[in-house]
Write a protein that binds this ligand. Sequence first.
Ligand code: ZN
Length: 121
Amino acid sequence: MTEYWVSQGNKWCDLCKIFISNNPFSIRTHELGKRHKDNVTQRLSTMQKDGAAKEKEQQQAAKALQLIEAKAKKSYQKDLENNQRNTDGDSSAAPGEVPSQMATSQQENVIAEPRNNLMGI
Ligand SMILES: [Zn+2]
C-alpha cells in the first residue's frame, strides 16, 4: 500500500510526503506513528470515495443508456402503430364515420369553454 522511494539513505513516505531515515527502526516508528496512520486512514477513505463516485457514474451511465433504449423502443413502437393505423385507415375503416364523431365531440369542448367565459363576464 505505502509507496517508498529510496534515496540517499532516506525512505520517502508517499502518504506523509516526508523522508524517513532508511533503517528498520525509523520506518517502524514512522509507520506506527499517529501521523502516518492518519494519512493511511485518509488515503483509504479517499479511495473509497473515489470508488463510490465511479460506481455512481457507472450507474448513471447505465441509467442514461436504459433511457435511450426505452425512448428508441417507444418511438419504434409509435412508428409501428402509426404504420398500422395508416394501413388500417386505408383498408377497413369506413371513411367519414369515425373522424366526424371525433370532430363533433372536439367542437363541443371548444365551444363550451368560451361560453363559460362569457357567462363569467
Ligand atoms: Zn508515512
